[in-house]
Design a protein around this ligand. Structure first.
Ligand SMILES: [Zn+2]
Ligand SMILES: [Zn+2]
Length: 157
C-alpha cells in the first residue's frame, strides 16, 4: 500500500479543487501485469443547485489501473485497457490518472445540504438566510388576478 499526498494545484487540478489530494494505491502484481487499485479524494468547491451558494465537499474516486510490459504476449487482445511499461521500468506514475478521475468524480447535481430551502422563485432571496415574504403572497396566481380586478372596481366606484 502506497499513500500519496499532493496539493490540489500542484497536481494540476482546476481551481475548484483545494487542499491536499490524497490517494491510497495498492498493487497486485502477476508475471504479466500490475493492477493498481486507487482510492483518491480531494476537496472541491461546488455550487448548490438550489440556492446557488458555493460550498466545499470532499470528492472521492476509486478506480483500477492496469499496467503491463511491452512485449507481453497476452496484451494484444486487450491492449487499449493497459498502460504499457517499458523494459525495466520500475516506477509507475498515477498522478495523471488521479487528476482525471477526481475531475470525473465531481457530481452533476449538488445540494449544499439536504434541508436547503433554495431561492425564492419570485424575488431570488436565499431562503436559507431569510424569509422574504413572497411565499406568503404567492398562493394561486389566478386568484391574485381576481383580487387586482376587485381592487380596481373599488377605485372606480
Ligand atoms: Zn443550497
Ligand atoms: Zn421572495
Amino acid at each position: 500500500m502506497y499513500e500519496l499526498a499532493q496539493d490540489a494545484h500542484g497536481l494540476g487540478l482546476p481551481v475548484i479543487f483545494s487542499g491536499i489530494a490524497e490517494a491510497r494505491v495498492s498493487l497486485r502484481k502477476t508475471s504479466w501485469e500490475i493492477v493498481a487499485s486507487i482510492e483518491a479524494h480531494v476537496n472541491a468547491a461546488l455550487q448548490c443547485d438550489r440556492c446557488a451558494e458555493e460550498f466545499v465537499r470532499r470528492v472521492d474516486a476509486s478506480f483500477d489501473l492496469l499496467f503491463t510490459w511491452s512485449g507481453t504476449e497476452r496484451i494484444t487482445a486487450v491492449e487499449e485497457d493497459y498502460y504499457v511499461l517499458g523494459d525495466g521500468q520500475k516506477e509507475i506514475d498515477v498522478s495523471d490518472a488521479v487528476r482525471e478521475y477526481l475531475q470525473l468524480a465531481v457530481p452533476f447535481k449538488n445540494i449544499c445540504r439536504e434541508e436547503c430551502r433554495g431561492l425564492c422563485t419570485v424575488c431570488g432571496t436565499n431562503l436559507n438566510e431569510r424569509i422574504c415574504g413572497c411565499t406568503v403572497v404567492q398562493g394561486d396566481v389566478r386568484w391574485s388576478a381576481l383580487k387586482n380586478l376587485a381592487s380596481q372596481n373599488d377605485s372606480l366606484s
